[in-house]
Structures are given as C-alpha cells and as structure tokens.
Design a protein around this ligand. Structure first.
Ligand code: ADP
Length: 416
C-alpha cells in the first residue's frame, strides 16, 4: 500500500527526491512517466517522474492530475508535488497552477511551499530564497535560459501563479516548533503558505507539523523526514520491509554526456586513475557513426569499468555546436551513448554509471526502463537504483550535471 504519492516535474529531480526518501531504508519506487498499467507491486513511497517543468500549462496540469489518479489507485492518501529547489518557474507557472489543481482534486484548501535544501545550500528566510549566501535573483539562476529567476521573494513569485492568497510561516514561527506552525496555519486565510527553513532541523519541525496534510509541495529535502515520521506514527505496517538489491555481476560502464564543470572534474579524476577511457567527439560521431566506439567497447575488460565520455569543456562544446548546431550535437551524443548502453548490457554489463540529465533520459529510454527501485545514496540526491532491462537485473545511477564529488565515478562503483 502506498503511503505517500509523489509527482516530480523533471527526471533527475525525481531521482533526487527518491534518493532522499530512501535514506530511511524504506522501499521507494520511481516510475519514469505515468505507468500504462494499473498499480501493482507498489512501494510505500511512489515517485512519478514527469517532464513538465516548462511544458505548456494545461499539459502540465493534465499530466499531473493523471499521475495523481494513478497514485490514488495505488492507495496513497498523502501527496507531494516536487519542483526545483531554486523554484524554477515563470509568472505563468507551472508550480502554483499545478499545486492549485492538485488542491482542488484533493478537496484541500491549504498547502505549503518549501523548496529549501540546506545540504545543497538552498535556504528560505522571511520568504526569500537563497542559493548559498546569494539571494536567488543574484545567483546564476538569474540567467537560466528557460526560467530566469529575477526575484528572490517566493511570495511575490508565487502570487501571480495562483488565484488564492499567499502567506508566510516565518523562521520565528518555525523556531517555535510543530505546534506553533500548526497554530499559525490555522489562523491564516492564506491557501498557499511559503515556509521558511534555514537549517536541516527546520525541515524536521515543518515535516512533523505538516505530515498529515493531503498535499505538501517543495524541493526534495522537505520530504526527507516523512518516512521516519510515518513509521513512528505506525502507518507503515508490514509493507515496510526494506528493499534488498539483487546480486549483480561486476561488469560495469560509465557513460558521461554531461558537460557541467563538476562532470569535467569527475572525468579528469577517473581517467587519471588509469582506468580505460574513450572520448567521443561529436564531429567524429557525425562523420563515422558509433561503430568505432562499439568496437572499442567490445575489446574492453568490462570488470575494469571503462568510461566512455563526450564530456568536454565549454570551448570544445561551442566548437561542436558551431558546426553541427546545438540540438544536433546533443542528439548525436545522446544517441551514441544510448546505443553503447544497450550494447554494454548485451555484453554482460550490469552496473551503469550515467552522468547528465538528458543523457540519463536517453540511456533509460534505450534500456527500456519503466521503473527503478531506489538503493543506497552515493552523494546527496544521487542514489543507486535498480531495474530490469531485457530480462536482466541492472543497477543504474543517474547523476545530474553538478551533483557529486570529483571522485563520484569511483565513489559510485565502490558504493555498490
Ligand atoms: P547536464 O545534467 O550536465 O545538464 P545533460 O546530459 O542534461 O547534462 O546535457 C548535456 C547535453 O550536452 C546533452 O544533450 C549531450 O548530448 C550534450 N553534449 C555532450 N557532450 C557534448 C559535446 N562534446 N559537444 C556538444 N554537446 C555535447
């Protein structure tokens, strides 16, 4: 029986949330999109990954309500709407309108908004969101290509997105404990409450105060305390046996299509260990196809966890994009890594480390993965996950661009 049904507005965000829920040791299942089939074999914590952060609003609302319906059929009575800890949205949405549609469907007239993630430097004070020590609107998020964040005040960001009043539960109230939060919430007419959280302890206080609300919304971190709270309340019953990962053959590959600063460091660190590594060049792939890379892979000792990477510095990326176009350069690399992933699986690889959000999408699609069970966390927000592909049990870790330490690739392999 599912206790908490979660809907995430993007792919690696869903993995992040699933990983934090799984810190509890309780079973967490992640679905890539809304499953076609009716819920069976469900976990106490179910996360559905959508791709609706910047989708047209009516599409985002329709998809979320479909996901809600599936989670309700799985037995969930409490729900979590997960968005980015930098509140990635525009005056049109999609955070507020989706929350309002969920509230209406659930017949509830109040919810909270808490994107804070102190472990990753996201804090909210007096309704203002900070990235490290910078206000959101002074952080690099001000120049995001799709959702530039030009205001740091969450009440001002949220109000144009919703029809009902927005309010604040401030840090002083949170410091008063769960009862003070509940009293403040009962005393206000506001339907949409931004809640301050500066340190991890604040998240535990807020989660305790709000654990029985039908709908909570936020980044991944505010959901992290919920499993322990539900367990303490006796809500998990026998369903709460912890997930046992399958035993897997040692063959592994690392596929990296992220070009973020951190992934560049991770590739440099891993190649410096002397592990086998192949660099993919998009121009070369465009001309000669993926065959040479497949031939290289076929000659590798797969127990040595070879790395195949298109990861490059900004100048090299720009040069490839200038010749091929931004979209085509990306597609060629994603396609190549997806093809290499299936070839690796067919050659006996059972452990996959994948770097890059879009890259992870391409690889999981190629491996035809519909569901992931969540295992041990490697770095904050990056767990090992388990799935089946073409009848084989696989372990997969999907790392979004800037996550993980410079030693992430070795860390991941050691953690299995
Ligand atoms: P991140 O999580 O770091 O954003 P993504 O996988 O989401 O990583 O995005 C990286 C994009 O860059 C992908 O579309 C990938 O195919 C593309 N890419 C990877 N290497 C190169 C390269 N050398 N030149 C151009 N584009 C590249």
């Amino acid at each position: 029986m599912t206790i908490l049904g979660c809907i995430a507005d993007d792919f690696t965000g869903a993995t992040d949330l699933a990983g934090l829920l799984a810190r509890s040791g309780l079973p967490v299942s992640l679905r890539m999109g809304i499953p076609d089939e009716a819920p069976t074999d469900t976990a106490p914590f179910e996360v559905i990954a959508l791709k609706c952060r910047t989708a047209p609003l009516d599409e985002a609302v329709t998809e979320t309500l479909r996901a809600l319906d599936w989670l309700q059929r799985a037995g969930a009575q409490r729900f979590f709407w997960k968005y980015c800890s930098t509140f990635d949205s525009t005056p049109q949405g999609n955070i507020g309108p989706v929350a309002e549609a969920l509230m209406q469907a659930l017949g509830t007239n109040q919810t909270i908004y808490c994107p804070a993630f102190p472990e990753n430097g996201r804090a909210i004070f007096m309704g203002n969101l900070f990235v490290g020590q910078q206000p959101l609107a002074e952080s690099p998020m001000k120049d995001h290509p799709l959702t530039p964040m030009r205001d740091s005040n969450l009440m001002r960001l949220l109000q144009p997105q919703v029809t009902r009043p927005v309010g604040l539960v401030d840090r002083l109230t949170v410091a008063g404990g769960p009862e003070a939060i509940r009293t403040a919430m009962a005393a206000t007419e506001a339907a949409h409450l931004v809640v301050d959280a500066v340190a991890n302890e604040d998240l535990y206080t807020i989660a305790e105060a709000c654990m029985d609300m039908p709908l909570l919304t936020g980044g991944s971190a505010i959901a992290m305390p919920l499993p322990a709270l539900y367990r303490a309340a006796g809500m998990l019953g026998d369903s709460a046996a912890s997930f046992t990962p399958p035993t897997l053959a040692p063959q592994a590959v690392i596929l990296s299509g992220s070009c973020s600063a951190m992934t560049n460091q991770q590739v440099a660190r891993y190649t410096a260990t002397g592990a086998p590594a192949l660099r993919l060049d998009p121009l070369d792939l465009a001309e000669n196809g993926v065959r040479p890379a497949l031939d290289w892979l076929a000659q590798q000792d797969l127990t040595q966890a070879p790395l195949i990477y298109a990861t490059a510095d900004p100048d090299a990326v720009k040069a490839a994009q200038a010749t091929l176009g931004r979209a085509r350069a990306g597609e060629i690399v994603e396609q190549a890594l997806a093809t290499l992933a299936t070839a690796a699986r067919d050659a006996g690889v059972r452990r996959f480390v994948v770097a890059g959000g879009e890259t992870s999408g391409a690889v999981t699609q190629a491996l035809n993965v519909a569901r992931l069970d969540i295992g041990k966390e490697i770095a904050p927000g990056v767990p090992w996950t388990y799935c089946t592909s073409a009848g084989h049990d696989l372990a997969l870790t999907l790392k979004s661009g800037n996550f993980g330490a410079p030693t992430f690739f070795s860390d991941a392999l050691e953690a299995l």
